[in-house]
Design a protein around this ligand. Structure first.
Ligand code: RP5
Length: 175
């Protein structure tokens, strides 16, 4: 049974929202996915939120771009945690979606991640689920430890090789 729902306002959001799915898959957490829209499918969107808790969902991740009201409308109709992902989809570079998602009125929170931050939305969902799941808690700590190791190793390589050597071994002036 899916514990997390990944919602998006359009199939054009999929290129970003797949990052949340990859994280959930990495942690073997079941999820469902749907395209819903606060503007284009308002009734279905509200119905989804009203049914979410009964269906056993524990966290909802909702990504949308532009006048991004999907996460807010979902949050208004359920008390399970909602994580909003502002999508960079318009000439405004995602700032429109960021403000629309993050500036919720007091009483109806949406935990908003960075513009296009779907991977972090997945990780935040894992952290929430891990509160009641020791195995998941162990795995997320392991994940963090691996991240720390990677950075430590990069730091040691930088000291060993020096700046120019480090850039060369990375194949030029890449990130
Ligand atoms: C939003 O409008 C969607 O979330 C998407 O980011 C944006 C553009 O949607 P499409 O016109 O590509 O369907 O509602």
């Amino acid at each position: 049974m899916a514990e997390v729902a990944i919602l998006m306002g359009s199939d054009s959001d999929l290129a970003v929202m797949k990052d949340a799915a990859h994280i959930l898959k990495h942690f073997s957490v079941e999820y469902e996915v749907a395209i819903l829209s606060a503007h284009r499918l308002p009734k279905e969107t509200v119905d989804f939120a009203l049914e979410a808790e009964k269906k056993g969902l524990k966290v909802i991740i909702a990504g949308a771009g532009g006048a991004a009201h999907l996460a807010g409308v979902i949050a208004a109709n359920t008390t399970i945690p909602v994580i909003g992902v502002p999508i960079m989809s318009t000439a405004m570079g995602g700032v429109d979606a960021l403000y629309s998602t993050v500036q919720m009125p007091k009483g109806i929170p949406v935990a908003t991640v960075a513009i296009n931050g779907a991977a972090n939305a997945g990780l935040l969902a894992i952290s929430i689920l891990a509160l009641g799941n020791p195995e998941l808690s162990r795995k997320i700590k392991e994940y963090r430890a691996k991240l720390a190791d990677e950075v430590r190793n990069k730091g040691m390589r930088l000291v060993d090789l020096g700046i120019e050597g480090y850039i060369l071994q990375k194949g030029g002036n890449k990130k």
